[in-house]
Design a protein around this ligand. Structure first.
Ligand code: ADP
Ligand code: ADP
Length: 239
């Protein structure tokens, strides 16, 4: 059984110009501990697909199974215990991080929201372990996101996603906003974490060299549909 099974998933938006088929009948599986790369030009539906799979958006129709359970049919209350298993890392951590919160507050927030611990010491320990895991120096715990460079801000985003011990992470252009010199460091971190924690990734990018580096399988999207699916090795063997 694949960790993620997506069946005939559709996500349409009502727009001023009519109904937009952002995700239009996508069927795919993601095996545990692998990375599925999603590529395609801007606006083809990559982000919407990732968000709909982890239920940040409600699908128009179709089905998503997580560990064999159909999460599409669950109420929000029934889904809550699975929410922690499916997380997202965003392109621009600056936009998704509250500028008024310090590094340690930002990393503690998901743990507090999901009440994973009620002990203050345990929370502090988890936050400092997570900072260590993602390569943030302990001295930065009282810093604010605007005081850090893009790579360190993305490490906060990664720590937040990891804080709930997920099985599956949608990485939505996680290195696209970073300086080229920092991109490789963050990609290596994501790959190391995958091995250490048996993580399963959906990795969204427009950058073919990144997707080649990180994926096992690759789906190419065009106008809301998966138009090609192949092993990463195969795609780059061709002339
Ligand atoms: P990608 O990630 O490949 O750049 P997106 O999934 O962000 O593509 O967008 C797919 C299409 O859906 C685009 O045309 C985008 O403008 C549209 N879209 C995305 N989110 C919304 C929304 N909330 N309301 C209306 N249209 C949207
Ligand atoms: P990304 O950079 O991840 O592709 P976008 O910049 O396309 O994200 O979109 C940012 C946010 O705005 C997302 O939550 C997306 O769903 C929403 N959005 C994108 N396009 C539209 C649209 N045409 N109408 C309304 N919301 C949109």
């Amino acid at each position: 059984m694949a960790l993620i099974e997506v069946k005939h998933l559709k996500k349409y938006f009502n727009t001023a110009g009519g109904i937009l088929h952002a995700v239009d009948d996508v069927t795919l599986n993601i095996e545990k501990s692998t990375t599925l790369g999603i590529v395609g030009e801007s606006g083809c539906g990559k982000s919407t697909l990732g968000r709909t799979i982890i239920r940040l958006l409600e699908p128009t129709s179709g089905e998503v199974c997580f560990k064999g359970e159909n999460i599409t049919s669950l109420s929000n209350k029934e889904f809550k215990h699975l929410r922690v298993g499916m997380q997202m890392i965003f392109q621009d951590p600056y936009a998704s991080l509250d500028p008024r919160m310090s590094v340690s507050q930002l990393i503690a927030e998901p743990i507090q929201t999901y009440k994973l611990t009620s002990s203050k010491q345990e929370l502090e320990k988890r936050v400092s372990d997570l900072m260590d895991t993602v390569g943030l120096a302990a001295r930065l715990k009282n810093s604010y996101p605007h005081e850090l460079d893009g790579g360190r801000r993305q490490r906060i985003g990664i720590a937040r996603a990891l804080s709930l011990n997920p099985d599956f992470i949608v990485c939505d252009e996680p290195v696209s906003a970073l300086d080229v010199s920092i991109q490789a460091q963050v990609l290596n971190l994501l790959q190391d974490l995958q091995k250490e924690r048996n993580l399963t990734y959906m990795f969204i990018t427009h950058d073919m060299s990144v997707v080649k580096h990180i994926s096992d399988e690759i789906c190419v999207m065009y106008l809301g549909q998966v138009v090609e699916k192949c092993q990463a090795k195969e795609l780059f063997k061709r002339p």
